[in-house]
Design a binder for this molecule. Structure first.
Ligand code: PLP
Length: 372
């Protein structure tokens, strides 16, 4: 008899894919979670050169090349103002693997992991794969994570809590006060805070804050080149933490991956150390499109907490709205795909050409009128 592990049986393929498959070929896809920009040319060139020189033919160090980890440490210094030793970083296969390492290394069977709901789909699944129990917590009305709610849900079994700012699927950004609170909770309760910062460069109002600025011992930062440099296909991320934590995460990484893809490591090093104007261009473009989306949603009579970052908006939608949009050729993702508290919302990714966005918003207006 074929046997599968209970851990794998407890998870299923993300609902987002099913939405894409339900839509026709000509549909405008506002369901994708990736920027619509090319990877910066200097990053591509760095990988091509490394390949030509034969520098990518073998394994790199398990943690990743020293040069890449130095570039990541320099990034922490530049953006967070914190000094990170390059030995306290593991380069991973995207932010996804970084999350996997963080949970795998810290969660005991039956441990609880507090996750935002609605939240990025991997938090729930990777917690279960690590043998833990996800504890989804509702968000504030403005769709930010409330530190008080995190604190209320701590128990003796809590291994970690996950925070994500700017956030997928809500586009919301945590305030400095909230991030300080996350750090305090991690410190005072001696519980791990996993901070997913893959959208850190896409903040339109205010600033990005990281708990690592206020607390080092109990914070693990997950990040990636995927969104910041439009490198989702390269699969390059990293995890930063104390040496003790990194050594445990490295054990998982060594046996599951050996090392992150070498060509991607060279591209990432160039992206992180090269000119950052590409990131600014993307941010400005996303901000313009965010405004187009907010105007369009208001015209459609849909309420939407203002997203201050990433490239997502999460309006409240009437029943039947998502299906009606998909039928009319606009793909959006139902909020339930991101957790039970996402019901009644939909995620719109606006990393799409402005012309298509405008057309999609017109269609959404008709769809909203049709289901009311
Ligand atoms: C919040 C969040 N974290 C992590 C990831 C994983 O990114 P990567 O492509 O680097 O694995 C994503 C991807 O959509 C995301 O939205």
């Amino acid at each position: 008899m074929t046997q599968f592990s209970d851990r794998v049986e407890a998870i299923s393929i993300s609902g987002i894919r099913e939405v894409f498959e339900a839509a026709g070929e000509d549909a405008i896809n506002l369901g994708l979670g990736q920027p619509d920009f090319p990877t910066p040319a200097h990053a591509k060139e760095a990988a091509i050169e490394a390949i030509r020189d034969g520098r990518t033919d073998g394994y790199t160090s398990n943690k990743g090349t020293l040069e890449l980890r130095e570039a990541i440490a320099a990034k922490h210094d530049r953006d967070q103002g914190v000094t990170v030793d390059p030995t306290d970083v593991v380069a991973t296969s995207g932010g996804s693997e970084a999350l996997h390492l963080a949970l795998e290394a810290h969660v005991q069977p039956g441990d609880e992991v507090i996750i935002p709901d609605p939240g990025f789909v991997s938090y729930d699944a990777l917690t279960k794969l690590a043998g833990g129990e996800p504890v989804p917590i509702p968000l504030r009305e403005d769709l930010t994570i409330d530190p008080a709610t995190v604190e209320e849900h701590l128990t003796d079994d809590t291994a970690a809590f996950v925070v994500n700012s700017p956030a997928n699927p809500t586009g919301t950004v945590a305030s400095e006060d909230d991030v300080r609170e996350f750090a305090r909770i991690a410190d005072e309760h001696d519980v791990l805070c996993i901070s997913d910062e893959v959208y850190e460069h896409f903040v339109f109002e205010g600033e990005h804050y990281s708990p690592i600025e206020y607390e080092r011992e109990n914070v693990v930062v997950v990040n990636a080149c995927s969104k910041a440099y439009s490198m989702t296909g390269w699969r390059l991320g990293w995890v930063t933490g104390t040496n003790e934590r990194i050594e445990r995460m490295l054990r998982v990484h060594q046996y599951a991956q050996a090392c992150a893809s070498a060509p991607a490591q060279f591209a990432a090093e160039a992206a992180l150390s090269g000119p950052q104007d590409v990131v600014d261009e993307m941010r400005e473009s996303f901000e313009r499109r965010r405004d187009v989306v907010l105007d369009g949603l208001a015209e459609a009579g849909l309420e939407c907490p203002t997203p201050h970052g990433a490239f997502y908006a999460m309006p409240e939608v009437p029943e039947g709205f998502v299906d009606e949009c998909i039928e009319r050729g606009v793909v959006i993702v139902p909020g339930e795909a991101f957790g039970a508290h996402g019901a009644g919302y939909a995620r719109i990714s606006y990393a799409t050409a402005e012309e298509d966005l405008r057309e999609a918003l017109d269609i959404m207006q008709d769809a909203a009128a049709a289901v009311r």
